[in-house]
Design a protein around this ligand. Structure first.
Ligand SMILES: *Cc1c(COP(=O)(O)O)cnc(C)c1O
Length: 388
């Protein structure tokens, strides 16, 4: 952990950052525009229940992604639960174990069994070859997750779902603004679910949406997210409250106006990390496919402890001591969290790649709060810990 071999003067040793650099620090668009919108909203006194901002936000998102329908909701977890219910899934649904816990919870919450499938270590996404092995007579669907915004193998999953008569959906929480084979994510499978949580590329404070080209599904989801109301005093369906409030849509519309800026900043930071970490033994920044659209929202590093000569967790501790709040991600995997750990004590036998990856990943800070100088410092701290 010394700089002696690099002949750098002590002054090059990075200092502790004065304020913490978080992973997932929110991207905010033009504050003046947001305040104008909030004033409009207050003047109208239309605060929720499918107001003009929510309608406009849905229209803009649908256009951006190139789908027929966008149904905005209070968050992606509720959006996913509603989509699963509206799609009629039951029994067992195949999901990756390497995902945020909400993917599994949105099934188990309605007593559908999440069946955890292993990942492809090259992509970090669900491995289609292993999906086939997880299918049983009770299986009704597959939910792929576009981890880090890098698309699943949509073609292979579509083929498997078709062959076995399964419904295919996607948790696209990471993937707003990303593409698969040149087509925007959002239009694949029966439907896809975006998250607009504060930490995501596009945020509405809290929020989410189901996007789909299926008219009937969209109509059912609209009923379900509004208590099943088909009009005043007319309930025709069992529903819940999944509505997005106007203030969230105002934030979303404002941030949508700045997505190109957020993207440019993320890409600049990614390239700076690329440069700063180049050649470090055992430290590999994940690739984003330059031929696709990417949001570069996740600065993901794989640590090979044996080659790097430092433990992943020791590296995180070191970064934290410099006020860089790097994070493990999806660690220890859904199958190792409750209640799934108790429900499926043997799940890990089929999840060797998930267990391996969960031990290797560090996610570093990016976003509008961070510039090339910070990135250089972060890389220098990582370099000081490795065998470089
Ligand atoms: C953030 C996230 C969710 C949940 O989104 P919320 O809007 O916070 O409910 C679901 N799945 C994945 C993969 C996520 O990253």
């Amino acid at each position: 952990m010394s700089n002696a071999s690099t002949n750098k003067p002590d002054t090059a040793t990075p200092l502790k950052f004065p304020s913490p650099l978080h992973v997932g620090r929110p991207n905010q668009g033009n504050r003046q525009r947001l305040i104008e919108r909030i004033n409009d909203m207050l003047d109208r006194n239309w605060l929720t229940n499918n107001g003009p901002f929510v309608q406009e936000f849905e229209k803009r998102v649908a256009e951006y992604v190139g789908v027929k329908h966008c149904v905005a909701m209070c968050n992606a977890t509720i959006a996913q639960e509603i989509a699963i219910r509206a799609a009629g899934l039951s029994g067992e649904v195949i999901v990756p174990a390497y995902t945020f816990i909400a993917t599994a919870h949105s099934l188990q919450w309605q007593e559908i069994t999440p069946v955890f499938c292993d990942l492809d270590p090259r992509t970090h996404n669900i491995d289609p070859a292993k999906v086939t092995q997880m299918i049983t007579p009770r299986t009704t669907g597959i939910i792929g997750v576009h981890v880090w915004g890098r698309a699943c193998d949509v073609a292979a999953l579509t083929e498997i779902a078709g062959e076995h008569g399964l419904t295919l959906m996607f948790d696209a929480a990471h993937a707003f603004g990303c593409s698969y084979q040149g087509k925007m994510i959002g239009g694949f499978g029966l439907c896809e679910v975006f998250s607009f949580h504060a930490t995501k590329f596009l945020n509405t404070f809290e929020g989410g949406a189901v996007v789909t080209n299926d008219d009937e599904l969209a109509a059912r989801i609209r009923l379900m997210k509004n208590f099943g109301f088909a009009g005043y005093d007319n309930v025709i369906y069992i529903g819940t409250n999944g509505k997005m409030p106007e203030v969230c849509a105002a934030m979303g519309l404002t941030n949508l106006e700045s997505v190109d800026e957020f993207l440019a900043i993320n890409r600049r930071n990614y390239n700076a990390y690329r440069e700063g970490l180049a050649g470090l033994p055992g430290i590999k920044l994940i690739d984003y496919d330059e031929r696709e659209r990417c949001n570069y929202q996740y600065m993901v590093v794989e640590v090979d402890e044996d080659i790097a000569g430092v433990k992943r967790d020791a590296l995180i501790e070191l970064l934290h001591s410099h006020n860089i709040l790097a994070r493990r991600y999806f660690w220890p995997g859904c199958h190792n969290m409750q209640p799934y750990r108790s429900y499926f004590p043997h799940a890990k036998l089929l999840l060797p790649e998930t267990d391996r990856l969960a031990l290797r990943i560090i996610v570093l800070p990016t976003g509008t709060a961070i510039g090339p100088a910070e990135v250089e410092n972060i890389c220098e701290i990582i370099r000081s810990a490795t065998r470089a």
